[in-house]
Design a protein around this ligand. Structure first.
Ligand code: GLC
Length: 733
């Protein structure tokens, strides 16, 4: 009997031990709550293993914990498509043959669609490509505000208005992250130029910081639930943004409750003490010592590598600082590579081409269209002259980190030939801009006059001339690492356009760019199209719009100034832009973009929110559900839009708010809602928009709170910021 009990006990013990062994460690159990998995993983890691997770091990990756089966973190650019593989320690492409991606339109084009549904489609598609390429983090989107028309990277961002950027970035994030890939919203914050970007110390008022430069990041974190954020290169009030206590600890992690990872821009870290204490979690770098030389170290010289480990061991840094960083990195891993139901992604799929096409078509902006120059139906003309290097030049390569190796790129010329037939299209390059090389300005000994003469010859007898030019991804154009030096079109394009006009009046200008340009020929050109950088489907999108298959519906996400010093930042001299080499003061404060033009009564060349259609729209008188509102209430605004033309089209109704009498300086109007409506010819559609009064406030830098003042407000309904169609006033108590 006794033996029987003992044997039974032994069997039970054996079974228990097998059971316990069979049970997975919590951190590996995808069904366990993430916070429990983090706690468990942390308890199993050594100090060295934790520190190794906080800095790069290669150009685009950081260590996991191989011993515990915790994977590495693999990041990759960029906002418009998944960058090709580069070498472990070099920026140059590694020559893989399976990494040619779909290029989606630049984010200025997405913003110009004024359609959050497009942002969701965009995020989902690019997220699938990042997932398929096994990336943990997509280094995008960028949401820095368009402060000047010279910033080399404006093409990567979503324009001058914080509300538009906020509404468009949230669905993009949701689309990407539903693929089990983290976004890395960049560049946080105040990285509004490339000139001196690694060190310029930005000084800006609390009001401008809160009302203009932070809202898109705040929406990305609080609504988009972004899993990582990229610190920017510049300084803000004397601290580099990659380790800035106010931005990262106080605002991002405490006020906004950000639970993700702060990743430095590459080589943006300059100090171990600040990196340890000021909210940086993962230091990425440009070379093995994080900054400049390709030393022999295996990244152990990074500020968050050996120097940090040494400080932890000496007690200089509390291990809690390290645990917070590693917890965030583990949370990112458990949300992505080690998540339960991570999708499988897709790469260069027909759906992605369809998405790229649709976003491009919705973002193209018809700026001017006299005498119904466009659309040009197939068959209308026998001889169409296509002039300009951007009709054939690849615009997805170059420009810095957003450069892409693509599976295909349909050029405007290819699209036009496909649509109108090669017998009706005659092409001439017209101007030359050389190779897009990072950091190298173009210089050419090409015979510019002969290029112009050949272009003039084919324009002379053409029925119509389509000039396809603009900027490109060259140094000092739309490119990372440099700002433009002028508002003018480069490479002698203005001279070429004048030469074309001398022989043919029927000339349209189609601008591929991510920035505003001056247009000295504007009064002689009957039709102008803002054509952005449209990616792989560029030629199909622009041709569908020019031929009338698609009715353009894009609106400008930033103003086009008539001349440089009409721009706010540029009208306050060097300290305001580009700064004195050390400091820069945003002297225009909250008056950025149309806020400036309205206040100073300066007429822009083309206004924020401007964009024509092949039809026209009429707005009915709006009504509100009440006339008096409390500050916690929302105004219900109702009006209708009628399509009074012959073709269906989409109109973006923009709703601006104006505080008629405020105790502080406020812009004349601020965008607080917009809605894109598809309306059949001769049809009318009702628009209902809810406007929360609490979003009408200003940031009071004395109380450090948002305030809505009582009094009369005017609600302006516009087809652009300069084309207000209806108004209605309400009282706020
Ligand atoms: C670059 C850019 C950043 C990019 C990163 C990696 O310097 O500023 O946007 O994601 O480095 O290429």
């Amino acid at each position: 009997m006794k033996n029987g009990i003992i044997n039974f006990g032994i069997i039970c013990l054996l079974l228990c031990s097998i059971f316990v062994k069979a049970q997975k460690p919590i951190y590996l159990d995808v069904n366990q709550p993430i916070e429990k998995r983090i706690e468990n993983a942390l308890s199993l890691m050594t100090l060295e293993e934790k520190v190794q997770m906080c800095h790069a091990q290669s150009k685009f990756s950081s260590k996991g914990v191989p011993r515990l089966g915790i994977p590495e973190v693999w990041t990759d650019d960029g906002p418009h498509g998944i960058r090709e593989e580069v070498f472990w320690d070099k920026w140059s492409g590694a020559g893989w043959t399976n990494d040619s991606c779909t290029a989606f339109p630049a984010l200025t084009c997405l913003a110009a669609s004024f359609n959050p549904q497009m942002a969701l489609i965009y995020g989902k598609a690019i997220g699938e490509e990042a997932r398929y390429r096994n990336k943990t983090v997509l280094l995008g989107p960028g949401v820095n505000i368009y402060r000047t028309p010279l910033n080399g990277r404006n093409f990567e961002y979503m324009g001058e208005d914080p509300y538009l950027s906020s509404r468009m970035v949230v669905p993009y994030i949701q689309g990407v992250q539903q693929n089990g890939v983290a976004v890395c919203v960049k560049h946080f914050a105040l990285n509004n130029q490339e000139e001196n970007r690694m060190s310029i110390n930005v000084k800006v008022s609390d009001r401008a910081l809160r009302e203009i430069y932070l809202p898109a990041f705040k929406a990305a974190v609080e609504e988009g639930k972004a899993w990582s954020i990229m610190g920017s290169y510049n300084q803000f009030r004397g601290e580099h943004c990659c380790h800035n206590d106010l931005l990262l600890n106080k605002i991002l992690k405490t006020e906004w409750k950000f639970d993700g990872v702060v990743i430095s821009d590459w080589g943006g870290v300059h100090n171990t003490d600040q990196s340890a204490n000021n909210g940086l979690d993962l230091e990425m770098g440009t070379s093995t010592n994080g900054l400049t030389t390709n030393g022999t170290s295996s990244y152990s010289e990074y500020y968050l590598a050996d120097p940090f480990l040494k400080g932890l061991k000496s007690g200089k840094y509390n291990e809690q600082l390290l645990n917070d960083k590693v917890s965030r990195i583990l949370r990112l891993i458990f949300r992505t590579t080690m998540s339960a139901d991570r999708p499988f992604g897709k790469f260069v799929s027909p759906e992605h081409s369809e998405a790229a096409l649709k976003i491009a078509e919705e973002g193209i902006v018809l700026l001017k269209n006299e005498k119904q120059f466009f659309p040009i139906p197939v068959g209308k003309y026998q001889k169409i002259a296509v002039i300009g290097e951007n009709a054939t030049r690849s615009l997805v390569i170059g420009g810095g980190s957003s450069s892409l190796k693509v599976a295909y790129e349909v050029s405007p010329l290819q699209g036009l030939i496909k649509k109108y037939g090669k017998d009706h299209i005659i092409y001439s390059q017209g101007y030359i801009s050389g190779k897009s090389e990072y950091g190298k300005e173009f210089s050419s000994d090409a015979n510019v006059d002969s290029l112009i003469n050949s272009a003039v010859e084919i324009a002379r007898n053409a029925d119509v001339v389509l000039f396809i030019g603009g900027l490109n991804k060259n140094h000092f154009q739309d490119a990372e690492g440099s700002d433009r030096k002028t508002l003018d079109l480069p490479f002698g394009q203005n001279k070429l356009i004048s030469a074309l006009l001398n022989v043919n009046k029927n000339v349209a200008v189609i601008l591929c760019s991510g920035n505003a340009v001056s247009m000295p020929w504007i009064n002689k050109i009957p039709a102008i199209v803002q054509n952005w950088y449209l990616g792989s489907e560029a030629g199909n999108a622009i041709t569908n719009v020019l031929s009338g298959d698609i009715n353009p519906s894009g609106k400008l996400p930033f103003s086009f100034p008539k001349k440089l010093d009409d721009n706010a930042a540029l009208s306050f001299g060097q300290l305001s832009y580009p700064g004195d080499g050390t400091n820069e003061e945003y002297k225009e404060g909250i008056l950025v973009g149309y806020r400036w033009f309205d206040t100073k009564k300066i007429a822009p060349l083309f206004a924020f929110g401007h964009g024509l259609s092949y039809t026209s729209f009429e707005y009915s008188k709006p009504v509100t559900n009440k006339t008096k509102y409390g500050k916690e209430e929302s105004v219900k605004l109702i009006f209708s839009i009628k399509n009074i033309g012959k073709v269906k089209g989409a109109e973006v109704a923009q709703i601006y708010i104006s505080d008629n009498k405020s105790t502080v300086i406020r812009p004349l109007k601020e965008l607080k809602a917009f809605k894109k409506m598809n309306i059949e010819a001769n049809q009318s559609r009702q628009v209902e928009i809810s406007l929360p009064v609490k979003e009408w406030g200003f940031f009071n830098d004395k109380t450090q709170n948002w305030e809505v003042e009582s009094g009369k407000y005017t609600i302006l309904i516009g087809s652009s910021s300069a084309d207000i169609r209806q108004r209605v006033s309400v009282q706020v108590n």
